[in-house]
Design a protein around this ligand. Structure first.
Ligand SMILES: [Zn+2]
Length: 726
């Protein structure tokens, strides 16, 4: 019995020896590479393999034109064993086959071989590690992988580096969407600037009129619109041979769908404005049966229609934009709203593209502890027939753990069953070295603090919204201690120290943002903090602090000008404000003090600002006593992304008895179409000082959002925070 067992083990070992492939021995190549069929993916795969073999050994493998020899690495050839982008790594009888399930399978097979078998680690753009070696042997094996999602996109850090993209198995819309038309394409297909004047009937009817515009929609029941669109689609596909997919999707604007009698009847019957969209897309899908059409289920069209089912070649792009992120989507109310839409679409379609968010658009460099929700959410998407996934994150270093985020996302999009905690450890250990345990503790501590605080995690949060939660002073101090320890652990290594500095930026930014909500504090200390943030932010190469352009220098300059504590010559500081008409209800709680408390709001309107929608405003500032002054000014917010426009004009009048007022001037704002958030003073300066106790401020609204804005036809907001009298 014993002898038999020994015999079996020997046979097995012999089989393994014959199964394995010796690639390199004593620094000399023993195997060559052969490309099974010539194409770009296979060539890229062969180049990637040879590039890394050379990096670890200093030699390149020869390319063989014959595919019949032994000791070959055969790249390419397809297999049914795996799905699109999947691969099989098969090593037996002195040959290594890397076969593809279509798409970029061969390239991903090579990247996997390098990572799993040869110890290559790719952490960030241009940042990889290899082990130096003179011998390489690939063990006998048969290893197959199919991705959990056929399309994986992040816009994450590092997409400018093709090798990084191969290791992270990411795709870009332009690779699969004809003419890169992948979202919000209505106005590209039928530009309102071209057809709007002559054919207003092609566009949405609501609030009693047609709204041709870049942010309104089409009248989808108009047969002329369909024929025009079909002709346009035909020409786009003809100009892009080989492409199969295009997006025909609503413009970015909410509640701007057509409500003409025909469109309204369909939407009512279908129980959702998606009804008209799916019917329109189905007609296109029938007209072009060998093509695929993608459309958005977004904002007003998020819920599926009750009766019409999308055809198989209609792809539904579903966006979770309104959902909160502190817990998985199934666990909070906003998430469940999305889940209802997802399961609804999942019942009528097997062709769903989920657009999910892991980003804070208003404050890119701020803590966004959502690592714990990634896996449950992705599993949910997959269970409900999502085959394509876009995890939108901010794409540059210095954003909250952007390199780790990209790594975790790409690994999970490839395999939703991966072990997330071990992924996190692998990355932190490899990328941050001895600093890893402190950063891991930091990440876990803030995650626990977020959950314990009961606060939402929103994609438009400000750090200020968490100042009593995960960013309360006691915790900020603990985080600082952990970052100090992390920095100390890698103090001797410039590269690692830089990485820790970049990871710490979001903590520095949060502190600065929270500190500006208090008039207390040491002015000199605050200036030092701002300058350190400026230096480190620029070192990390942060391009912008918000979705709109806002450089580190612009932010720091404005901070020094606007938010430093101490020094004020404002006669209105602490003055009482009497409103003729109160601001919108959400801002009433802070309205008694917000305009004269000496605190300036940031780009997020949720704190320090008070706003009105669709109406003028009037208020009187009571200085308490008769005062002498020459200047009155009001700080106004411009943030078009949030429908916040500057007022049309701000007028001032003064009085000593609060009955008889004398006009002292009006400030008119010019229209500003720039999307960057900014603050503007409405200032009136008099040639000589006047005396008064009461200052009346009159603010005129611009009314409805103009037709170039995505709120077209709906009332716009204006916001003010400080009124100053000097
Ligand atoms: Zn209509």
């Amino acid at each position: 019995m014993k002898r038999l067992l020994l015999f079996a083990v020997v046979i097995l070992a012999a089989m393994q020896v014959s199964a394995q492939l010796q690639v390199l021995k004593n620094g000399k190549p023993r195997a060559s590479i052969a490309i099974v069929e010539e194409n770009e993916v296979n060539r890229d795969a062969a180049l990637l393999l040879n590039k890394f073999v050379e990096r670890m050994s200093g030699v390149r493998l020869p390319i063989s034109l014959s595919k019949d020899k032994k000791n070959l690495i055969l790249i390419g050839g397809t297999t049914d064993e795996v799905g699109e982008d999947g691969f099989v790594i098969d090593c037996h009888d002195g040959r290594l086959y890397i076969k593809s399930g279509g798409g970029k399978g061969a390239l991903y097979g090579v990247a996997t071989l390098l990572e799993n078998e040869l110890g290559v680690r790719y952490y960030a753009a241009g940042e990889w590690t290899v082990e130096q070696r003179t011998d390489i042997t690939i063990a006998g094996q048969h290893h197959a992988e199919t991705p959990s999602f056929r399309y994986r996109q992040t816009q994450s850090y590092g997409t400018e580096d093709p090798d990084y993209v191969a290791f992270y198995r990411l795709k870009e819309p332009k690779e699969i969407f004809a003419a890169n038309m992948w979202v919000h394409t209505f106005n590209q297909i039928l530009p309102a600037a071209v057809y709007g004047k002559t054919h207003p009937e092609y566009y949405s009817f609501f609030n009693g009129v047609r709204h041709p515009g870049a942010h309104s929609q089409w009248c989808l029941t108009n047969p002329e619109v369909f024929e025009l669109v079909a002709a346009k689609i035909d020409s786009i596909f003809k100009a892009n041979p080989g492409m199969k997919l295009i997006s025909v999707s609503q413009n970015d604007g909410n509640g701007t769908q057509c409500a003409c009698p025909e469109c309204k009847a369909v939407d009512e019957y279908e129980g959702s404005p998606s009804g008209n969209l799916v019917r329109f897309l189905n007609k296109l899908a029938q007209r072009f049966p060998d093509k695929e059409f993608s459309t958005l289920a977004y904002l007003y069209s998020m819920q599926p229609p009750k009766h019409t089912k999308p055809l198989p070649n209609v792809n539904i792009m579903l966006c979770s934009i309104d959902s909160k992120r502190e817990v998985p989507l199934t666990e909070n109310a906003s998430g469940r709203d999305f889940v209802r839409a997802l399961t609804g679409w999942g019942r009528i379609s097997d062709n769903i593209f989920v657009w999910d968010y892991g980003i804070n658009f208003d404050n890119l460099v701020t803590p966004f502890p959502n690592f714990h929700v990634l896996q449950p959410n992705m599993k949910l998407f997959k269970e409900n027939h999502a085959t394509m996934l876009f995890e939108q994150v901010a794409g540059f270093r210095g954003v909250d753990f952007s390199e780790l985020r990209a790594y975790m996302l790409s690994k999970l999009m490839w395999n939703v069953e991966a072990d997330t905690d071990s992924l996190m450890h692998t990355f932190l250990d490899g990328y941050y070295g001895k600093a890893a345990p402190y950063l891991y503790r930091y990440l876990k501590m803030r995650e626990g603090a977020l959950l314990g605080s009961g606060k939402d995690l929103w994609i438009y949060d400000s750090p200020v919204s968490h100042k009593e939660g995960m960013l309360r002073p006691y915790l900020l101090a603990q985080y600082d201690e952990l970052f100090d320890q992390a920095e100390a652990a890698v103090a001797g290594d410039e590269t690692l120290l830089k990485r820790v500095h970049a990871a710490r930026l979001q903590q520095q930014y949060s502190k600065l943002e929270i500190e500006r909500t208090s008039t207390e504090g040491d002015r000199e200390e605050r200036i030092r903090e701002v300058e350190l943030f400026r230096q480190r932010g620029n070192e990390a190469g942060i391009k912008s602090l918000t979705e709109r352009k806002n450089s580190v220098d612009d932010y720091c300059d404005l901070y020094l000008e606007r938010f430093l504590p101490g020094i004020s010559n404002n006669l209105a500081l602490g003055a009482q404000v009497n409103y003729k008409n109160l601001p919108e209800y959400r801002f009433v709680p802070i309205s008694a003090t917000a305009l004269t408390d000496g605190l300036f709001g940031g780009a997020t309107y949720g704190e320090s600002w008070v706003g009105w929608v669709g109406e003028d405003a009037e208020l009187v500032v009571d200085l308490g006593d008769e005062q002498q002054f020459t200047t009155v000014r009001t700080d106004c917010l411009h943030n078009l992304g949030a429908w916040i426009f500057l007022p049309k004009s701000v007028s001032y009048a003064i009085s000593s008895d609060n009955v008889n007022f004398t006009d002292i001037g009006t400030f008119n704002f010019e229209e500003d179409r720039d999307m960057s958030p900014k603050y503007r003073w409405a200032t009136v300066t008099l040639p000589q000082a006047v005396s008064a106790r009461y200052v009346k401020v009159n603010l005129k609204t611009i009314g409805a959002c103009p037709d170039w804005h995505f709120g077209v036809g709906y009332d716009g907001y204006f916001f003010i925070d400080e009124i100053q009298v000097k």
